[in-house]
Structures are given as structure tokens and as C-alpha cells.
Design a protein around this ligand. Sequence first.
Ligand SMILES: [Zn+2]
Length: 209
Amino acid sequence: MTIKSKPTPVQTHSEGLTKKRQDYLEWPEYFMAVAFLSAQRSKDPSSQVGACIVNQENKIVGIGYNGMPNGCDDDLLPWSRSADNKLDTKYPYVCHAELNAIMNKNSADVKGCTMYVALFPCNECTKLIIQAGIKDVIYLSDKYHDTPEMTASRRLLNLAGITYKQFQPKQGRIVIDFNSINHPGLKTSSGFEGSHHRLRNLEHDAKYS
Ligand SMILES: [Zn+2]
């Protein structure tokens, strides 16, 4: 009696079988990164916030960042956080990222959509989120958690049945490397791979400098 051994699986890695990239950006990372990239447009010297609205087909339908209202010269309005007169602060004038993302929508409405936003929304934006029909909020920072505005936000979101969840990024940073397109064959050429590589270098530098 002979026992046939199972055929050993063919090693494909050296045979030129190209597999798909494994380290591509997943949807949540991608949408939060879009929110953060948008925030880079902000003129606010102390706070840059971005928001990205996504429909149920994972399509982006609105992007916004904090800034002065359309047509209002942002060189003629104050950007300070405190002043003797509130009219000399940014607060009465600035439009938050969430407001702009909703107003910038390129679809008929944003009902049932998810909003990715860098900062947990204030109570005024929460009102807009609710009225616009957004169903989920994914935020990164909750640094104003204990303020009355954020407490009011949570109260409203809970009552309206809107879920909110803090985003846990899989990596601390995503680097956009314009040079990566010119070096498609290199393992570390893509922005994402490059970021790991660069991060390692930074860690290395920090450790040994
Ligand atoms: Zn707000």
C-alpha cells in the first residue's frame, strides 16, 4: 500500500504572479484623510477642521473646512479667539467645516449619509447634521468633550438617533508624496508605503539623534 502525499502548493511569489496591493487605504482612512486634506485650505491660524460627507455607496457628496462666509473678505474679519469685544473674535463670523460640507453637497440631499470630521461637532453643527438627515458621525478628536456645546451635541444626537463614533486611525500619518508617481516600481515609492518608511526613519532619527 502506498500513501500518496498531498501535492505541495506551488510557490507563486517568485513566478511573477502579481497580486493586488495589500496596503491600500481603506475607506474610513481615505474619507478621514480627505477631511484632513480639506482642512489644509483653512485660513484659521488656530484651528483647521475638515469634514467629508459620504453616501451609502461610499461616494463623497460634500467636503468642507472652516472659513469665513462666501464673499466676505477673510482679510477684513478677525481671526482671534479672544478679545474684549466678542465682535473682534472669529466666532460670530466663521462657518464650521460641517456647515460648509453640507452646503457644498453635490447631491440633492445628504439623507442617510455619514460625516467624517476631524473634531466632534459643536451644538450648532449638530443641529445642521440632524436637519440634513445625516445618520452617522465619525470624528477624530474630542478635545472639547466637557464643554456645554459638546454636551448639548451629544444630547441632541442621542435624541435624534444619530450614531457617533471616534475614529481609530490605523496609522498616525499618511504622507502624500508627489514623487511616488514617477517611481511606480519601487516598494517604498507609494505615499502610503513611503509614510511607513519615512516614519521608521523619523523614529530612527529621533532615537539616535
Ligand atoms: Zn460647529
